[in-house]
Design a protein around this ligand. Structure first.
Ligand code: ADP
Ligand code: MG
Length: 597
């Protein structure tokens, strides 16, 4: 193929404009992005080669090489991964396919300064190269393709790029950055080592750089020692050294890993720019052996509600990367958990389909679920500082102090998703229901107005034999519901449920620790022992007196209401609607109606 010119997709052009016109503080992320692409490319090769070892050609050791040429002002990132065909180069380097970048685009505000900050946080993949390069040349050859089927892609980062066929002996990809004047710093081995150490230490692939050594300058007058020398400098030795640790973090003992390393690793695998809320790291032994390193993010992603959203677990088998987003390893209601599972038992060529059926995988999923629940229970337990008697927080360990407030934070982000588990994971329902938190009609509930069912139970009035709750669209609607009147009057606490999933989730939970959950908006209503004799009598009398009126109302509303009753629910309001005990709640009915059912 002779040289062809292609236009970038409009969004790419827009993105490039932003990248190249923004001065911003976090330039160096370009290297993280390009190394991560190189590493992805090697993972892809390893995966394809499972069924076709010929793809390794004569270079089975996957690696990334960094090199620079000060005189030519270039920095090159070379991998011997999967490479690209011409069509792949055109498609992948000319359009935006990945959702992360699309997300990024949708967040752009038009304000250059804040947008520039966003790039630093998100990274924009391959295009980050243009932060430091005025021109990028990519030379690549797909593994398995002939040397003559190499491809050269060149762009100045404006409207278009050129593609032509070249001959390339080595498989894989070289990304050659033609550095801008102000980015010449990056053609320096110290600088590169520093950045690799920061972002790419845990890449389980060696990153190599050519060793340099000091060389004195040449004698100016070779025959005369007093004639002085040219200034000396570092010269390349032709020997390559590995500059990252290249050890998969999760395989190292816990005690050798710092908090910072854990947090960095999280950022690397999750593409989140904030630190995780917490994590758990264990080697599980027994009939199924695996290592798990699981993180709870600090913030929910925007697409959390998408139940098709892929799980955040990467699967490795004996340190060999197998797949991203291994949904079989985590139940859907824990889809926000990110991390790594490294199995010692699964075959390397395991497919998604096989995963679904594997008994080992089932054991891993159960193990991971339990771990996450324990981690949450631990956060929940330490969420509150002990009652503030003086000096008490001092006896808490630093670790426990750090946990104060964490569970509320978690719950605000992910609580609603966790509730899906009530209907999805019956085996863990009891544990899950202890992790629930609800708003309450009581003013005495202190922790951000949220209470657990256990705390509610502990506050129940004498004679109260149910946990009362109301569901509504908003907290204000719940609080002001006429159905709450009698409870307010009697000082009985009612849980206020306002998450969309509450109604659905409660279909699966009828009691907590032996006490039934009772909607205040359902069915005939009996406060039981909470009503005194006088009140009972009054209610019975009223029912008698109003019989004729009720009969008329029933007749008038016969198409609309199943029953009309006298109630002791209300104090100030004249009437309210309720649903039958087994009926769909109004909230659920509204939800289904909204969904067009
Ligand atoms: P992402 O890595 O999230 O997919 P990028 O913008 O970083 O997004 O890269 C876009 C695509 O270009 C990659 O998905 C991949 O198909 C291709 N690509 C980039 N770098 C390489 C590389 N070194 N080797 C092979 N393919 C690459
Ligand atoms: Mg990338």
């Amino acid at each position: 193929m002779s040289k062809q010119t292609h236009a970038f997709q409009a969004e790419v052009a827009q993105l490039l404009h932003l990248v190249t016109h923004s001065l911003y503080s976090n330039q160096e992320i370009f290297l993280r992005e390009l190394i991560s692409n190189a590493s992805d490319a090697c993972d892809k090769l390893r995966f394809e080669a499972l069924n076709n070892t010929a793809l390794y050609e004569d270079a089975p050791e996957l690696q990334v090489r960094l090199s620079f040429d000060k005189a030519a002002k270039t920095l090159t990132i070379t991998d011997n991964g999967i490479g690209m065909t011409a069509q792949e180069a055109i498609d992948h380097l000319g359009t935006i396919a990945k959702s992360g970048t699309k997300d990024f685009m949708s967040k752009l505000s038009g304000d250059q300064k804040s947008d520039a900050q966003l790039i630093g946080q998100f990274g924009v993949g391959f295009y980050s190269g243009f932060i430091v390069a005025e021109k990028i040349t990519v030379e690549t050859r797909r593994a398995g393709a002939a040397a003559a089927e190499g491809v050269r892609w060149i762009s100045g980062g404006t409207g278009d790029f050129e593609v032509e066929t070249i001959t390339r002996a080595e498989r894989g990809t070289s990304v050659i950055l033609h550095l801008r004047e102000e980015a010449l710093d990056y053609a320096n081995s110290w600088k590169l080592k520093e950045i690799v150490g920061k972002y790419s230490d845990h890449i389980s692939l060696p990153i190599l750089m050519e060793k340099e050594e000091w060389k004195d300058g040449e004698l100016i007058e070779p025959n005369n020692e007093e004639g002085g020398r040219q200034p000396g400098g570092m010269v390349k030795t032709g020997e390559w050294e590995t500059i990252n640790k290249a050890s998969a973090l999760w395989t190292r003992p816990k005690k050798d890993i710092t908090e910072e390393q854990y947090a960095d690793f999280y950022k690397q695998i999750s593409r989140d720019f904030e630190a995780p809320l917490t994590w758990t790291h264990n080697r599980v032994e027994g009939s199924t052996e695996y290592t798990q390193l699981l993180y709870i993010p600090g913030k929910a992603p925007q697409d959390l509600w998408n139940r098709d959203k892929k799980a955040g677990i990467k699967l490795y088998v004996k340190r060999v990367f197998i797949m991203d987003e291994a949904e079989a390893l985590m139940p859907s209601y824990l889809r926000f958990v990110k991390g790594v599972v490294d199995s010692a038992d699964l075959p390397l060529n395991v497919s998604r389909e096989l995963l679904q059926e594997s008994r080992d995988v089932k054991a891993i999923r159960e193990g991971c679920t339990k771990r996450v629940l324990s981690m949450l229970e631990d956060l929940a337990k330490h969420d509150k500082a002990p009652e503030a008697t003086e000096g008490v927080t001092d006896v808490l360990s630093e670790e426990d102090k750090a946990k104060i407030g964490q569970y509320s934070k978690f719950y605000a982000e992910f609580g609603a998703v966790l509730k899906e588990g009530l209907g999805e994971d019956f085996g863990n329902q009891a544990r899950l229901s202890k992790l629930l938190r609800f708003a309450s009609s009581s003013d005495t509930v202190s922790v951000k107005g949220m209470t657990s069912l256990a705390d509610y139970k502990a506050r129940m009035k004498e004679g109260q034999d149910a946990i009362y709750y109301i569901t509504a669209d908003t907290l204000a609607a719940a609080k002001n519901s006429p159905q709450l009147e009698v409870f307010k009057k009697k000082g009985i606490e009612v849980l206020l449920m306002t998450d969309r999933v509450d109604e659905w989730a409660l279909n699966f939970v009828h009691e907590f620790d032996g006490t039934p959950l009772q909607s205040v908006a359902k069915g005939a209503f009996d406060l039981g022992k909470l009503q005194d004799e006088e009140e009972k009598k009054a209610a019975e009398d009223a029912a008698e007196t109003f019989k004729p009126v009720l009969a008329k109302l029933k007749e008038a509303l016969k198409d609309k209401a199943e029953d009309v009753r006298v109630t002791s629910r209300l104090v100030d309001s004249p009437a309210c609607l309720v649903v039958t005990d087994d009926g769909m709640s109004m909230q659920l009915a509204r939800m289904l109606k909204q969904a067009g059912q």
